[in-house]
Write a protein that binds this ligand. Structure first.
Ligand SMILES: Cc1ncc(COP(=O)(O)O)c(C=O)c1O
Length: 391
């Protein structure tokens, strides 16, 4: 049997090898509608897999989803118009099957917490507990909930929970666990292999990898879960469309080489930053100084990705000075793409937290999040070194 990488690179499209010159790369099916002679009174309609209308299914989408399922070691994967759309569908689907108590990791992507707050405002019967780090608080919250939303590596300090303990606790207490795996990617952690209920990715980041498409996915096991989520996606109208599906699929084929190179470069940059006199702290899970170094070694498969966060001694003034002095690294949100980007979490990804909570979580005024791209690592370090001289 072919290796996992071969399987997800070749999944979703098989040229027929007849002499009629089948394309090696699948066509993009831009049609919004499909003829549907099977539409009849004989059975319930619509069903997962039916091809009639692109808000429900599309052949390009089905190809991407087959490849994603291989990548995630899952029975199935569904692609959405964004990572947030995938998170929304998973949460709505859990509520629809009766979940009322939701535990959310304290250090998640800001919009994930805002989404849960929004759903609580819409449906006041929902209880939300926000917990962890510290990780023992997260485990306690998981023991009390119906749905836990956690991240396998969390922004911006790259914290890594004791994932297998979380999954074990969830199993024991009958709680579903949805893992936002965007920072780790399935190359470093495959939540379904270790006992989580769902794996969610913002495909916008590493998996597409080129900062040119917004997309998301959710993967899981079992036909019933698939049917429920597929129905929610179709009703919310958040099905990924064919051109974006093609772009995400194309990017995904080079994920492994990009992620390995970005992880190597980021480790070099992290070590360099750690020895710089103007930097007071560096967060990279591959560094022994990281608070979750041991969890990262235990839970992830040796690759820690391209994101490095670091704190400047001079606080906000120093951070802004650095941001305006960089020439190669672009000040921009997002991460995981081929271009190196830098962002300021206190005013971007984590601006919805209170100042006190930010301080507790290490999101200080001097903290910057760097996403190391595929440029020569020497050029990235040069850009940082020159900008740091102006701070
Ligand atoms: C960890 C994480 N999850 C989810 C999202 C949302 O993804 P999208 O922007 O594709 O909706 C983001 C976006 O930055 C993220 O960082």
């Amino acid at each position: 049997m072919a290796g996992r990488t071969t399987r997800w690179i070749r999944a979703g499209w098989r040229p027929s090898r007849d002499p009629a010159r089948e394309p090696v790369i699948p066509p993009v099916f831009v049609s919004a509608i499909y003829t549907h002679p099977a539409m009849s009174l004989e059975r319930e309609y619509p069903k997962v897999g039916d091809l009639k209308y692109s808000r429900e299914n599309n052949p390009t989408l089905l190809g991407l989803e087959e490849a994603l399922a291989e990548l995630e070691s899952a029975d199935w994967a569904l692609a959405f118009t964004s990572g947030m759309a995938a998170l929304t569908a998973i949460t709505v689907s859990a509520l629809a099957r009766g979940a009322r108590r939701i535990a959310v990791m304290r250090l998640t992507y800001g919009s994930t917490r805002s989404l849960v707050d929004l759903l609580r405002r819409v449906s006041p019967g929902i209880e939300v507990e926000v917990a962890g780090p510290p990780w023992d608080k997260l485990l306690e919250a998981v023991a009390r909930c119906d749905l836990a939303i956690v991240e396998s590596m969390a922004n911006p300090t790259l914290r890594v929970p004791p994932l297998r303990d979380v999954y074990r606790q969830a199993r024991e207490s009958g709680c579903m666990v949805a893992v936002d795996n965007t920072f780790a990617t399935p190359l470093s952690h495959r939540p379904l292999e270790s006992g989580a209920s769902f794996s969610i990715e913002s495909l916008t980041k590493y998996i597409s990898g080129h900062n040119d498409v917004v997309a998301g996915s959710a993967a899981g096991n079992g036909r019933e879960e698939l049917e429920r989520l597929w129905d929610v996606r179709r009703l919310l109208g958040t099905t990924l469309q064919p051109i974006e599906a093609y772009m995400a699929w194309r990017g995904m084929k080079t994920l492994e080489v990009r992620f390995e190179r970005q992880s190597r470069s980021a480790a070099e940059v992290a070590e360099w930053l750690e020895s710089h006199s103007k930097v007071s702290r560096v967060y990279y899970p591959g560094l022994p100084s990281h608070p979750d170094y041991n969890n990262a070694r235990r839970e992830l498969e040796g690759l820690y990705g391209g994101v490095v966060s670091f704190e400047l001694r001079g606080g906000r003034r120093a951070a802004f000075k650095l941001l305006s002095s960089l020439k190669l690294i672009e000040p921009s949100p997002s991460f995981g793409g081929v271009e190196s980007l830098i962002s300021y979490p206190a005013l971007a990804s984590h601006s919805n937290l209170s100042e006190e909570e930010r301080r507790e979580l290490g999101i200080t005024d001097g903290l910057l999040r760097l996403s190391v791209g595929l440029e020569d690592v020497a050029d990235i370090v040069d850009d940082l070194a020159r900008a740091l001289r102006s701070v």
